[in-house]
Ligand binder design. Sequence first.
Ligand code: GLV
Length: 309
Amino acid sequence: MGILLNNAPYDNDPWVHYLNQYLPDIPVFVYPDVPDVKAVKYAATWDHPAGDFERYPNLRAILHLGAGMDLIDAQPTLPDVPIVRLVDPEVGLDMAQFALYWTLHFQRNFEQYRTLARDSRWDRLDYINSKRYNVAVVGLGLIGTQIAQTIASNRFKVLGWSRRSQILEGVTNLNGEDGLKRALEHADVVINCLPLNDNTHHFFDSEKLAWLKQGANIINISRGGVFDDTALIDGLNNGRIGAAALDVFAVEPLPEDHVYWQMPNVFVTPHMSGATYARSACRTLADNIERLEAGEDPFPIYIPKSKQS
Ligand code: GLV
């Protein structure tokens, strides 16, 4: 038996290294170099070519190399095996720190200081105290919850919005359309943590972005497709949106000629807010493979869109 590995477009080498270290008895085949399709029992993949999973008659599970499952849902067909998300606690912490960094950046006017410093200007700027600075965290799944709690524990005022009613301590919990409107109308910063699926594609469209108060800032760390880019660019150009820290994009890598690279109020980072670490992620993968080998359930199991009732 063996593991099919495909982390493209990212580097496979560290994954091979740690899988060999944690599971020394299981060979790792780096896609597309698979000498015997019958030997593949587990697939550890990210953006895998459509239809390829069907080639492995003994496949027992797909271990997705990410927490967001939109690439799995984009597969036209999937074999009937368990599909497992990669939920690495170290990644959630990194994403929460990324969100906190940008929240502080916007709250304490760091960008304006950079501009002032270029003219050697020693000016102190007013800012809103964190206890009165409203941060809307939209989407309270595993990662959104960790982010909302991290921001709240740094004494910001957190408005947490989720589709279903949810109670997080230290957070004003909102849901439904009215709740979302309230969160957006008050937010100084909006942090998008929604997964991308049929319900959330272009969730932030021109109508919802118009609910924002003038000059609100955006942090997007989940998926680019949750925003309608045309509406976001309009908002950034007409001043409704003060600035945006964008780590994720509808097309990645962000094309070289994309307008976001040049916009002065957009901060582009290359999908690194919660980049998976091979060392800790392979530990999680190895634990799940050991569970499967022992006849136990891996977790967390994901039910793909095509099989959700
Ligand atoms: C990264 O974007 C992930 O889904 O884990």
